[in-house]
Design a protein around this ligand. Structure first.
Ligand code: GN1
Ligand code: CA
Ligand code: CA
Length: 261
């Protein structure tokens, strides 16, 4: 046996690539492992050989057991609105209400309201009549519901218009012969040749005279040959002591006569 090992060793050293057949018939490659004689018994042999090369990859293993349950996930978005529920049962009958007002009583209530309103109207009319009397006391002249009164001052058209408006009235605007006469009477209380502005102009469209409200005039009392828009600069209207009208420049000063109704 010893001679066999020696032989193997020599073979290994000499050829560096050989196979040795051991006692048990198995063979080992000694080509890369010359320092170790693997074949045969090792009872009297040298150092152990190096590890062999990795073997081929084994076959795929069997499927493992099911893992433990994972932790709870975050809450998902709200779901869609469900279908409407079925109609509920009819409720029980409610308590009896208070007795209503009879048709006759309702008429009585309206009658009472109407009477109260009428009394208020009478009070208002009484106070209006009182103020009209005050205006007449101060030289005012009445025609129908309208009262003309002057502040005794002369102003240009624009200021005269504002003065009357601020007093709660309007620049004198006679719309009938009677009203024109009432305005004329005011002039007479102030002198022989006094003239006053009327609430009429053709400032918007030359030759088309309108009231300050914008409406076209419905009554006129022009002097002969008027309105003539003299010097192409007459857009306002004056009433003269004879009651006749003449168009004049708006920047002239004329008596302020206001009307209240
Ligand atoms: C006056 O002064 P005279 O003749 O230029 C009057 C006109 C009249 C005109 C009638 C400021 O103009 O409005 O149409 O007489 N001018 C003024 O003849 O009163
Ligand atoms: Ca004019
Ligand atoms: Ca004129």
């Amino acid at each position: 046996m010893r001679s066999m090992q020696l032989f193997s060793f020599l073979l290994c050293v000499l050829f560096l690539d050989a196979h040795i057949t051991t006692d048990n018939g198995k063979c080992e490659d000694v080509s890369h492992n010359c320092a170790v004689i693997s074949c045969g018994t090792h009872s009297h042999s040298g150092l152990p050989g190096r590890d062999g090369r990795d073997g081929k990859e084994g076959e795929k293993g069997e499927k493992g057991e099911r893992g433990a349950q994972g932790s709870r996930g975050i809450q998902g978005p709200p779901g869609k609105l469900g279908p409407p529920g079925v109609k509920g049962e009819r409720g029980s009958v409610g308590q009896k209400g208070e007795q209503g007002i009879s048709a006759t009583s309702e008429v009585d209530v309206v009658k009472q309201q109407l009477n109260a309103f009428q009394r208020e109207l009478e009070t208002f009319q009484a106070s209006l009549a009182k103020y009209k009397k005050i205006l007449l006391f101060h030289g005012g002249k009445q025609s129908g519901d309208k009262v003309f009164v002057t502040n005794g001052l002369e102003e240009n058209f624009e200021n005269a218009q504002r003065t009357c408006k601020e007093a709660g009235g309007a620049l004198a605007t006679p719309k009938s012969a009677a009203e024109n006469s009432a305005a004329q009477e005011i002039l007479h209380t102030k002198g022989e040749t006094v003239k006053a502005f009327l609430g009429i102009s053709d400032l918007q469209v030359e030759g088309v005279f309108r009231y300050l409200t914008g409406e076209k005039i419905i009554f006129t009392n022009w002097n002969l040959g008027e309105p003539n828009n003299s010097k192409d600069n007459e857009d306002c209207v004056e009433i003269q002591d004879n009651g006749k009208w003449n168009d004049i420049p708006c920047n002239l000063l004329r008596l302020v006569i206001c009307e209240f109704q």
